[in-house]
Design a protein around this ligand. Structure first.
Ligand SMILES: [Zn+2]
Length: 214
């Protein structure tokens, strides 16, 4: 009896991040993984004469939301690794091609408050896997106002004034993968993508962890 307990303790070093079951290896068990519903098709946003393909690994609910919240607000970087793996799998499954990776930035004050930008961390993990550079090319110059009570056009203009492109030389002629955590209206990612396309990027593909139904 004692031997059996000891062997369990020593054989299974890892726990599933979601259900806390012991695992022989990895970070999430097969059962929890099978419950996560993957998004099958990208959204194509069309506005201002350019269109952007936006991929999300899953929908914003249940376990994915739990992983995102733990990563974003509780500094649980293991959750970030799990989410980045989902994103890497999607890139491989969809055979998405790109030359460099960038991420949706935070304002300086938001960054100093949280201490890290979760989208930048995801971008770095993905970049390492594909051996491609992370390009820091967008600044968030203004905190986005509360979107509640704004109509669709107001939401877009509200967001458009919050971001500013920098280092545009680094994106000229390049296909850029733009990474963010949650896709809601698409305004943030679409505006950042549009700025890069207008300043000479060949193509921008958006990849988010989860798509929120609004
Ligand atoms: Zn589990």
């Amino acid at each position: 009896m004692c031997d059996a307990i000891i062997s369990i303790v020593y054989t299974y070093e890892y726990k599933c991040e979601l259900c806390k079951e012991y695992l022989e290896e990895g970070d999430i068990c097969e059962e929890c993984r099978s419950k996560i519903k993957l998004c099958k098709f990208p959204i194509v946003l069309n506005k201002n004469n350019y269109s952007v393909r936006c991929y999300s690994t899953s929908y914003y609910s249940g376990d994915i939301a739990k992983l995102i919240l733990n990563f974003k607000y509780k500094s649980n970087f293991r959750c970030g690794d799990i989410l980045a793996k989902f994103m890497i799998e999607l890139i491989e499954r969809e055979k998405i091609q790109f030359d460099a990776i960038t991420f949706v930035p935070m304002t300086k004050s938001a960054l100093s408050k949280r201490g890290y930008n979760q989208s930048k961390i995801l971008a770095k993990i993905i970049a390492k896997r594909f051996r491609l550079p992370v390009v820091d090319c967008i600044d968030k110059v203004k905190e986005t106002k509360d979107q509640i009570g704004l109509d669709s056009e107001e939401r877009w203009s509200n967001v458009s004034k919050s971001f500013r492109l920098k280092n545009s030389k680094k994106i000229i002629g390049q296909s850029i993968l733009l990474v963010d955590d949650v896709f809601t209206t698409g305004a943030t990612t679409y505006f950042c993508a549009g700025e890069m396309i207008e300043k000479g990027a060949k193509d921008v593909i958006v990849l988010t962890v989860a798509k929120s139904r609004i």
